[in-house]
Design a protein around this ligand. Structure first.
Ligand code: NAD
Length: 262
């Protein structure tokens, strides 16, 4: 019913076994998808430790989205090893903001830090999709990862809120641009999950505690929850869905006043 058996995915954003992208890899593998991972060199040893855990992984190639050329290198390396192979799914689970984005109030964040955060965490979606297009089959599905701070204030998230707002805008723009050719692009808005990237956000563990106590499901989500939604978005079951921001957050985003204050 899913129709994912034999499909191929590019997965960007695995840094450790805690990565949301790793949860997505496991779910896609279970659905029969062959995976090609793009990893950042600084996480190479961590990523290579995972290599033998999923038979579905058929290749790893370095990827750094900070520059156009380093993004293109992933695809040329992939094409050299797998001539003629095309993918049906692109997972963009990439986010980064330099320390300077969190060390000071947003109004004092320096241009260089702001630019890095926006380039890597938001504009890289455009870059990845553009370079991927020659290697994507018709009716492909691209999935990116966002956070509800794109539309609401979350203390200490700072510049990443602005990056996520931009990423969501890219999701809509790219969905409208590529929709006529059948390609779909959606974003999963994940609830907080303890990962390497999340560890850089001051007070993150307090956010986890708050969401667990106050979300409708009274728990935090985990990478498997995100993986389940990613499988749906990758499959033909979601064939009419594009340009959307889909919350997988134990329902937290529908709440406003926490019940705990009553
Ligand atoms: P993670 O640290 O496991 O993954 C972040 C990934 O981004 C890493 O694999 C890293 O290599 C990659 N990355 C950073 N800079 C890069 C660059 N220049 N080039 C290529 N790759 C680069 O953390 P995660 O929480 O799994 O993050 C995945 C995505 O999920 C991010 O977009 C993050 O903002 C988003 N997200 C996370 C949470 C959460 O609470 N963890 C919530 C909502 C959304």
């Amino acid at each position: 019913m899913l129709g994912l058996q034999g499909k191929v995915a590019f997965v960007f954003g695995v840094a450790s076994e805690d990565s949301i992208a790793w949860g997505i890899c496991k779910s896609l593998a279970e659905a029969g998808v062959t995976l090609y991972l793009g990893y950042q060199k600084r996480f190479m040893s961590r990523v290579f430790k995972l290599k033998d855990e999923l038979d579905a992984i058929d290749g790893f190639y370095p990827l750094d989205v900070i520059e156009d050329e380093t993004t293109a290198e992933f695809f040329s390396a992939f094409a050299k090893d797998h001539p003629g192979v095309k993918a049906d799914i692109l997972i963009h689970a990439i986010g980064f903001a330099p320390r300077g984005c969190f060390d000071r109030p947003v109004i004092f964040v320096e241009d260089q830090d702001l630019n890095t955060a926006l380039t890597v965490s938001a504009h890289s979606l455009q870059r990845c999709v553009r370079h991927a297009l020659p290697y994507l089959n018709p009716n492909s599905s691209t999935i990116t990862l966002t956070y509800a701070a794109s539309t609401r204030f979350v203390p200490s998230y700072g510049v990443m809120s602005i990056a996520k707002a931009s990423l969501e805008s890219w999701t809509r723009e790219l969905a409208c641009h590529l929709g006529p050719e059948g390609h779909r692009i959606n974003a999963i808005s994940s609830g907080p999950i303890a990962t390497l990237a999340a560890g850089g956000i001051p007070g993150f563990s307090k956010i986890l505690d708050h969401v667990e106590a106050n979300s409708p499901l009274r728990r935090n989500v985990n990478p498997n929850d995100i993986g389940g939604c990613a499988v749906w978005l990758a499959s033909q079951l979601s064939s009419g869905v594009t340009g959307q921001i889909i919350h997988v957050d134990a329902g937290y985003s529908v709440t406003m006043v926490p019940e705990s204050i009553m």
